[in-house]
Design a binder for this molecule. Structure first.
Ligand SMILES: [Zn+2]
Length: 77
């Protein structure tokens, strides 16, 4: 009954833009959340990263509850 991890339940997934490492053996990747003006390099092997997509849980920081928790933080100025 409890073989599923609770954190995996009820999390919606969406097709998300990511950058993934161009090295086949390396599984380095990052979300494309930061509007890169340049092609990022892999944090593991420093290879060029390639734009890709992947099904990922919807980011919690788009959630209103999360925003209200961060009310003390000025995000844009
Ligand atoms: Zn890599």
């Amino acid at each position: 009954m409890y073989y599923r991890k609770r954190s995996l339940e009820d999390i919606p997934e969406e097709n998300t833009n990511i950058w993934s490492c161009s090295q086949e053996e390396c599984n380095g990747w990052i979300r494309d959340d930061f509007a890169f003006k340049y092609v990022p390099t892999c944090g593991f092997c420093h290879s060029t990263m390639v734009s890709s997509t992947r099904m990922l849980p919807t980011l919690v920081n788009t959630n209103k509850d999360m925003k209200s928790l961060k009310m003390g933080t000025i995000i844009t100025e």
